[in-house]
Write a protein that binds this ligand. Structure first.
Ligand code: ATP
Length: 768
């Protein structure tokens, strides 16, 4: 049918490519400049199925068996993603815990003799680790810097930032995280794990890495952007599930925070992947507990079991808890704003000067962090250890950094501990465990908590945006739990008759700060419950999250949205802006001069069109019997480049190709048109054509998308926006009002059995 339609009324291919005249000869408006890593341009993905002739032929060949096979492979891939991400998380944790363990053990043994020498060793180890991280990022994998969540969010929203899902990015992310987290910077490994999961998913989806010759053919089944999108969603959920040992939190994180399109089949697969991760991580933990993994034992993975804490809460406590929510919203919004300014300044002035500046910057921040975390506890007075109950699980004192609890650091007596060192001079997981601790004595002074809050908040702001892999979850939890505990101390004194736990307030503070900064609600709530193993606190966590999100929203956007904007990632949020209701499609396209091709087009004209514009999609027109113009479809730039490079479709004649009955010939396999994921792909400068080639013609009919989405010129941009967002489109044609209607389709037509039967018959006859 398609070929008949195209064949109808073709006289000669006229104008090859040209500009449809518009009333005003002005330049087409450029979209907001998107510059991803290294200033490379972000590009939209083709989530729409290009139903061209090659695709239709292939669909007709596929039977029910193939559908069953592809479903099975999808589940198998989900399993592989779960296993891969789980193992990557175990490896990162194992390395971080061991590096941190060795660092603290070496420092502690030296400070027995000299605190200055101890500091030098501590600082140098941190510096070496941070240097390794920033070196990997600047020299090998620039796309692995930061948490990667804004870029992955962009990818799932339909925008590809070059390099984010490459094999080298995965390697950079894993080893870079080990250096930056092990080096004691004010950042976490959880965001990078989401990116790691996404990279693993994408690599599995494309059957490995082409560049590094690590590719297997039998895995190369899902090659469209759409299929990869589903796999990357599974990878994101797996990353969160691995980072927090929170499988349900992982599923909800993918749903609430990163994806733009969701459907029930995907939910099942994401759920399965998260469950696999949970099993892998738990098995690895079990094995490590028996001492097989050096310093990595029960710590490392975030799980702060605070069961045994506050059993119940009273009505009066709701007020201070609401205050925690408000402070969380304010501090979170302030964090977003400050990091936005600093990142902007960095990108504009500092990072432009090259990788040497990035390395110096990271090293300077590392020295500063070491100085603060080692130096400030030296200024604190130590406190007497209380008489702790036996089997309470708490030990006091302990040498610094030796598996948490109360650290004896620069104390005169053996039974004293330094409360500031207990937070600063420890791994972040141990520090948080201490801050969340319940049923203990009032071990922190307000002065120490305040000092830590101010210092760590400032460090986290400065560290954010450096050229190292960096997550914001753990710094957020540290900041939130510190101020939460401060509020808790006040509440304990105020409501002395109630059974109030400071640890509970620390937990609520952590939830509130994360809610105020990241603006997640459901997923964060479930993650907090999963990592603390305390279901009783669920209503309280919900309360503070709702308040902190509402307060934060009053000031600015969430952390990831702001960072995405700053990086030039054009995210389409779930709802169109209000002004869009008044604007029509015609008004938006007013100044455009449409660049289009005729059905049979001269090679030289394609080349000059591709060189002369950066557009990624072009309408293709044909001429009816009476000479009227027919828009027969949309051709993608990437497909044109494949045709130019392969040359197999070049013809001498300017008449349409194909046989007499009108059917078209396709000499390409559909996989040849697949653009490599997250890399630049072909560009016109890579293609070299001889002068004779330029005189040839190509018939575009077999390769174009004959059914692009079309909207009438009067449609409001709000409606166009919803179409784009909900269908994951890349191009929409704006056309004048159609002259006639050939039919109407309603819900019942879509479900009609008659349609199904007729399609089956048609398919059978085509495959014969
Ligand atoms: P993508 O989302 O595919 O990465 P883009 O918006 O970055 O695309 P272009 O395809 O070059 O880049 O689009 C830039 C502007 O040009 C847009 O405003 C768009 O409406 C317009 N445009 C796109 N394709 C054409 C075309 N074939 N002719 C005329 N204008 C076009």
């Amino acid at each position: 049918m398609l070929s008949n339609h195209i064949q109808n009324g073709i006289e000669t291919a006229k104008l090859a490519w040209s500009r449809l005249p518009t009333s005003e000869e002005t330049q087409s408006s450029d979209p907001e400049p998107g510059s991803g890593v290294n200033g490379s341009k972000v590009e939209s993905l083709d989530y729409e199925i290009i139903e061209n002739y090659a695709y239709r032929e292939e669909q007709a060949r596929r039977g029910k068996l193939y559908i069953g096979y592809s479903v099975m492979v999808k589940w198998f891939f989900s399993l592989l993603i779960g296993i891969g991400t789980g193992l990557a998380a175990v490896f990162i944790n194992l390395a971080v815990e061991n590096f941190a363990g060795w660092k603290f053990a070496a420092t502690f043994s030296i400070i027995q003799h000299s605190y200055f020498a101890g500091f030098i060793v501590y600082m140098l180890i941190n510096l070496a680790l941070v240097f390794s991280s920033v070196f990997i990022i600047t020299q090998f994998a620039p796309a692995a810097a930061g948490s990667g969540i804004p870029e992955i969010k962009g990818y799932l929203n339909g925008v590809d930032t070059p390099g984010i899902l490459l094999f080298r990015t995965l390697i950079g992310k894993i080893f870079g995280s080990i250096g930056s987290v092990g080096g004691g910077l004010a950042l976490g490994k959880e965001g990078p794990l989401v990116h790691t999961g996404a990279c693993i998913a994408s690599l599995i989806g494309q059957g490995g890495s082409t560049k590094y010759h690590l590719r297997t053919r039998w895995l190369q089944i899902f090659q469209s952007d759409r299929d990869r999108r589903d796999l990357v969603t599974c990878g994101c959920a797996a990353g969160v599930a691995a980072a927090f040992r929170a499988p349900v939190g992982g599923v909800l994180f993918a749903l609430e925070e990163v994806t733009s399109w969701w459907r029930s089949q995907l939910m099942w697969r994401v759920f399965f992947t998260s469950a696999v991760v949970a099993v892998v991580v738990r098995s690895a933990m079990g094995w490590c507990r028996s001492g097989n993994c050096g310093h990595f034992g029960s710590g490392g993975f975030i799980i702060w079991d605070i069961s045994g804490g506050q059993e119940d809460y009273s009505f009066q406590e709701l007020l201070p808890m609401a205050v925690i929510g408000i402070i969380g919203g304010l501090l979170g919004a302030l964090f977003n704003q400050l990091t936005l300014y600093i990142t902007y300044w960095r990108r504009k002035y500092l990072h432009k000067k090259g990788s040497r500046v990035k390395i110096i910057e990271a090293c300077a921040v590392s020295v500063l962090t070491s100085l603060i975390s080692f130096g400030l506890p030296l200024l604190r007075k130590c406190s007497q250890c209380p008489n702790l109950e036996e089997n309470s699980g708490i030990e006091c004192p302990r040498p610094p950094g030796m598996y948490g609890n109360y650290v004896n650091f620069y104390c005169r007596r053996d039974n004293e501990y330094n409360d500031l060192a207990t937070i600063f001079f420890n791994t972040q997981d141990d520090a948080i465990r201490n801050l969340f601790s319940a049923k203990t004595f009032h071990e922190y002074s307000a002065q120490s908590l305040l000092t830590f809050l101010v210092m760590f908040y400032s460090l986290a702001v400065v560290t954010f945006g450096m050229a190292v892999p960096a997550g914001q979850f753990v710094p957020g939890i540290m900041i939130g739990s510190t101020y939460g505990r401060l509020v808790g101390m006040f509440v304990v004194n105020f409501y002395s008759k109630l059974n109030v736990e400071e640890g509970t307030y620390a937990l609520l503070g952590a939830a509130a700060f994360l809610g105020g900064s990241m603006r997640m609600t459901v997923s964060l709530c479930v993650i907090m419950v999963e990592i603390t193993n305390n279901l009783k606190l669920l209503p309280l966590i919900m309360l503070v999250l709702l308040i902190s999100k509402a307060v934060g929203d009053a000031f600015n956007e969430g952390l990831y949205e702001e960072q995405a904007q700053l990086r030039g990632i054009p995210l389409l949020e779930s709802r169109p802006k209000h002004y869009m209701r008044r604007l029509t499609a015609k008004e938006v396209c007013r100044n455009q001069k449409v660049v289009y091709f005729s059905r049979v087009v001269k090679v030289a004209d394609i080349v000059s069109a591709l060189r002369g514009s950066k557009h990624n999609g072009f309408p293709v027109i044909d001429y009816g019997r009476n000479g009227e113009t027919l828009v027969i479809g949309l051709i993608l730039r990437s497909h044109l480049l494949v045709l130019l490079q392969s040359k197999v479709d070049f013809q001498h004649s300017s008449l349409p190709s194909g046989s007499r009955d009108g059917s078209l010939t396709v000499r390409h396999n559909i996989s040849e048109f697949v653009k490599p994921v997250s890399s630049k792909g072909l560009c016109i400068e890579d293609i070299h054509l001889a002068p004779d080639d330029l005189e040839m013609y190509i018939d575009l009919a077999p390769f174009l998308n004959p059914s692009p989405y079309v909207v009438p010129e009067d449609m409001s941009i709000a409606k166009v926006y919803n179409l784009f967002r909900q269908l994951g489109l890349r191009h929409i044609f704006v056309v004048p009002r159609p002259s006639r209607v050939i039919g109407l389709i309603t819900r019942k037509d879509l479900l009609s059995e008659e349609n199904e039967e007729s399609t089956t018959v048609e398919l059978q006859s085509t495959s014969v």
